[in-house]
Design a protein around this ligand. Structure first.
Ligand code: HEM
Length: 507
């Protein structure tokens, strides 16, 4: 039969049939198909069954049903979720860089084209991450200059609390005040007060970043279809928010870097920004251009905000809530501090090892909260595999840290705060390779592990130990529900603010 003899219907049937055969072959060949997971609908996947604000609980239940590796589908996009420590460690460490990409976030890239946290694994990322970690180490916990500033910050915090007298304090305000000063000092090496303009700016930029990265707003459509950002009439409010954020970030970074470049002294580095300036001046490519360009500098400075601000404040809010929800816990921790130090002793990082119970409690609170329940999303950068399953390149992979941290086979009473969970029979802190400690992966592991972990833990220690030594923290009114399963999931699992009173302890 010649082509001219075919009817339109026959041509259409041939085309549709061909497409169907193509789709079936593609489906049969798709290795993700073999990964177990909840049944979804064609084209919609599991989207109707997933509740974004409750997804930590939903994935917890699914993990119990499907085991170490599972998948869900958001529309046609598969997301692989790893639910066992072995599978997570295989992906994060054993497979090298295979799983170390990040899904592209068009809205964030519009304001931060390159940085450590959001950029996928490439040479830019490796250089920026090396720079960030080197600087954190050079200027991290234990550096005398920073310790001095930290003592001043603690002093500022206690003065602020004393000024409030017996007024009610919102834990959110206290924690954001302290963390703002701490992060600003790390970046710029100066002492700040709670209401300092720089700290206010950090909080403002943090809010703008969260709005830009929030996966649960209509603007998230841009992340799936980046070309839509070109059409200015689409979601004009989101587009305006991004423009405003970009302007604010650029102005802040420009002002600060100019100010610091003008007064830069290689023999007297004030904070991380001075280290970045040194690297920008000294590390050049073969054409003599700085390896750290201004965009990279902007990304690094914003990494302190995107990585450090929200996570640290949230941990502290949770700890203050634990203390007022369980006054026995508070008394026990105070008794340990009182048994080691005079009331006038200034607690510093050197004192950490003398307070194993406090250390155990801090780890327990971090475990209980597991505020980044799936870490930060990873993405495969090449065809690879985990736990015997093949995973193609460019697949989004989540580590179910929330399930690991509350796995009932590992932790007794996983949804209770047990302050002594990480102590052995002699009251010593369990070693870091103990299964109870190893199963908590809330800071990640491997090449994208949180570079701020040591810093964060040491600042939490200083905050808690100083508050407990000097004050009783009491509830001032009804406490919010502090069951982590009831916290809504957004950019992280956010602990609600509580109203408390801090009264000077009479020793
Ligand atoms: C309690 C406090 C904190 C928690 C729970 C936390 C948790 C995390 C987690 C889960 C990740 C992702 C790991 C992964 O994707 O595998 C991460 C990455 C990161 N964190 Fe933290 N973090 C905290 C504090 C900080 C602080 C204080 C800083 C900076 C001063 C910081 C800077 C970063 C950066 C830059 C990244 C991106 C690393 C990369 O993608 O290569 N974090 N953090």
């Amino acid at each position: 039969m010649e082509l001219g003899d075919l009817t339109v219907t026959q041509i259409l049937l041939t085309v549709v049939g061909g497409m169907l055969i193509y789709l079936i072959i593609k489906w049969l060949k798709d290795p993700i198909r073999k990964i177990p997971g909840p049944r979804g609908l064609p084209f919609l996947g599991n989207v109707l069954a997933l509740n974004p604000t409750n997804v930590h609980n939903q994935f917890y239940e699914l993990a119990k049903k499907f085991g170490a590796v599972m998948k869900v589908k958001v529309f046609t996009v598969p997301i692989v979720v790893l639910n066992s420590r072995e599978a997570c460690m295989e992906a994060l460490i054993k497979t090298g860089t295979d799983f170390q990409g990040r899904p592209p976030l068009a809205r964030v890239f519009r304001i931060i084209p390159k940085d450590v946290g959001f950029t996928t694994m490439n040479s830019d990322h490796s250089f920026l991450r090396r720079t960030f970690t080197k600087t954190m180490k050079a200027y991290g916990p234990g550096v005398a200059h920073l310790e001095g500033i930290m003592q001043d910050t603690i002093q500022e915090m206690t003065e602020e609390i004393n000024r409030r007298g017996d007024q009610v304090i919102n834990t959110a305000d206290l924690c954001s005040g302290y963390v703002g000063c701490v992060i600003a000092s790390m970046m710029f090496g100066e002492k700040y007060s709670f209401d300092d303009e720089v700290c206010q700016m950090l909080h403002k930029m943090n809010k703008q970043l969260i709005a830009a990265a929030d996966p649960f707003t209509a603007g998230a459509l841009f992340d799936f279809f980046p070309f839509l950002l070109k059409f200015k009439f689409l979601f004009p409010k989101t587009q305006q928010t991004l423009e405003d954020a970009n302007q604010v970030f650029n102005d802040f970074v420009k002002t600060k870097t100019e100010q610091f470049r003008d007064s830069y002294d290689p023999n007297d580095k004030r904070g991380c920004l001075d280290y970045f300036i040194e690297i920008q001046q000294k590390e050049l490519d073969k054409d003599g251009k700085p390896l750290l360009d201004n965009e990279g500098m902007k990304g690094l400075l914003l990494d302190f905000i995107s990585g450090g601000l929200e996570t640290s404040q949230n941990s502290l809010r949770q700890m203050l809530l634990d203390l007022v929800a369980d006054l026995t816990l508070q008394k026990d921790l105070q008794a340990e501090i009182d048994s080691q130090f005079e009331p006038t002793h200034k607690i510093t990082l050197k004192d950490r090892e003398k307070l194993p119970q406090l250390e155990s409690y801090m780890l327990e609170s971090l475990r209980y909260l597991s505020q980044t329940p799936f870490l930060v999303p990873h993405m495969t950068i090449r065809d690879t595999g985990v736990a015997g399953y093949k995973i193609p390149a460019n697949t989004i992979v989540l580590m179910n840290s929330f399930y690991l941290a509350h796995n009932p086979d590992v932790y007794e009473k996983p949804f209770t705060v047990e302050p002594k969970r990480f102590l052995d029979e002699d009251g010593n802190l369990l070693k870091s390779d103990h299964p109870l400690r190893e199963n908590f992966i809330g800071f990640g592991a491997g090449r994208r592990q949180c570079p701020g972990e040591l810093f964060a833990k040491s600042r939490i220690f200083l905050f808690l130990s100083n508050i407990l030594q000097k004050y009783n923290v009491e509830p001032a009114g009804e406490l919010p529900d502090h069951d982590v399963r009831k916290y809504p999931m957004s950019i992280l699992l956010a602990t609600p603010s509580a109203k408390v009173r801090l009264t000077r302890r009479q020793h």
